[in-house]
Design a binder for this molecule. Structure first.
Ligand code: COA
Length: 221
């Protein structure tokens, strides 16, 4: 079993593994759970359905390397999934277009967010409505040509914190209290991504996941 994430024994620093899952380069080899199949059936297009199923297959495959507990997910008040059989195993999933990220840690609650960069002409108006005021003001200072990219970088930072807290978009616009570490994740030029934890320091390890391994194969590099 893969070494559990959480605390760096040398420095006692919380750490997080971030698994990078390119969902469209992957074969389907993990059978969906009934709940996943039911939710997938509600997607309007086949690509969306396929990406959802592959992201969730990857999530389960990854979590299986950290725990032998049954992957019967519970859902917290605002929708954040957790494992009732091992609630100290923290994880979070984000997916956007062809990219999924799975963050796993122990002891420290984490959130992850990935967004595909795309045209967003109304980004200033969205920031003024949903970002904390300090982020909206900072975005206004960015030259217009660079504003859309900066919008998505800030968006993922803010969303990752909200997801760490488990409040999701219910908390949009709020300044979160306490010490936070938010780290950028490099997943190529087409995406912005961040991982966040409610702690002073956080060590991140990024790992590539391949979904095209046959079942039973050690799919982890
Ligand atoms: C959950 C939420 C943060 C997702 O944001 P997103 O950028 O669209 O999606 P992401 O890909 O980054 O994350 C989705 C994953 O985060 C996880 N998640 C769901 N709710 C979460 C929450 N409150 N906190 C942290 N993680 C959450 C799930 O694993 C979800 O995967 P799934 O949708 O495939 O099941 C956002 O939709 C939200 O805040 N929802 C709150 C509830 C809400 O506002 N409902 C509106 C109707 S009342």
């Amino acid at each position: 079993m893969f070494r559990a994430a959480g605390c760096d024994n040398d420095r006692h620093m919380p750490y997080v593994d971030v698994w990078v899952v390119p969902v469209d380069c992957a074969a389907d080899w993990l059978i969906p759970t009934p709940a996943e199949a039911e939710r997938a059936a509600r997607f309007v297009s086949e690509p969306l359905r396929r990406r959802y199923l592959r992201a969730h297959a990857a999530l389960r495959a990854i979590l299986q390397t950290y725990t032998g507990a049954p992957l019967d997910f519970g859902v917290a008040e605002h929708g954040k999934p957790y494992l009732p059989a091992e609630p100290e195993l923290e994880f979070n999933l984000s997916h956007s277009h062809e990219m999924a990220l799975v963050a796993v840690s122990r002891d420290v609650a984490i959130g992850v967010d990935v967004e595909r960069l795309r045209p967003m002409q109304e980004c200033m108006a969205i920031a003024e409505r949903f970002f904390p005021p300090v982020d909206a003001a900072a975005l206004g200072d960015v030259p217009p040509a660079a504003r859309e990219g900066e919008f998505f970088r800030r968006w993922t930072r803010i969303e990752a914190k909200l997801k760490a807290r488990g409040i999701g978009l219910y908390g949009a616009g709020a300044e979160l209290d306490g010490d936070w570490t938010v780290l950028p994740i490099d997943v190529g030029p087409d995406y912005a991504a961040s991982v966040a934890a409610n702690c002073r320091e956080l060590k991140m390890r990024t790992r590539a996941f391949a979904l095209d391994m046959p079942a039973g194969h050690d799919a982890f590099e």
